[in-house]
Design a protein around this ligand. Sequence first.
Ligand code: MN
Length: 203
Amino acid sequence: MAFKLPDLPYGYGDLEPYIDTCTMLIHHTKHHAGYTNNVNKAIAGTPMDDMSIEALLAACDGTNTAVRNNGGGYYNHALFWTIMSPNGGGQPSGALAEAINSAFGSFDQFKDAFSAAAKTRFGSGWAWLIVNADGQLEVCSTPNQDNPLMSFAGCSQGTPILGLDVWEHAYYLRYQNRRPAYVENFFNVVNWDEVSNRYQAAK
Ligand code: MN
């Protein structure tokens, strides 16, 4: 059972001006498609072939670099597209807002912590908001295409509900070296309804 490149839930140009059309097009049709094809090659004909992507990454011990890098890349981007929207931005409401206030003090304090994780990740990687094993929210970051589903990712294991790609391929065409500006503008397209749905499912 091969994984399938998901369609974007909006058009390539719909996140303008915060994320540009060319970046979205290349990111989806080249980068994400590449991870999808390569994870499928890595699991074909093995016992991993019928596992869900979440189970595959949770079982991954890090030594199978094809599964680690491409399975991570497949999952991370599939999540990333859904937690953005042309109608995004603002702040969460309801149970997620309460949980953010409880964990971080306020939305602004959460935003500062998440932004710091994104800006200080050296080289390529991701910033995350996760629901940890105790059902609590945490911010963390991981290198490359690792993520908090993986036991060795260097942060608490948990379920990502918000992720930000800070690989240069995610922002360089529009922002060049200005990663902090990309991180700030990301908050204009966050789909908090989807993040809330993922929080409800994970907590
Ligand atoms: Mn990417």
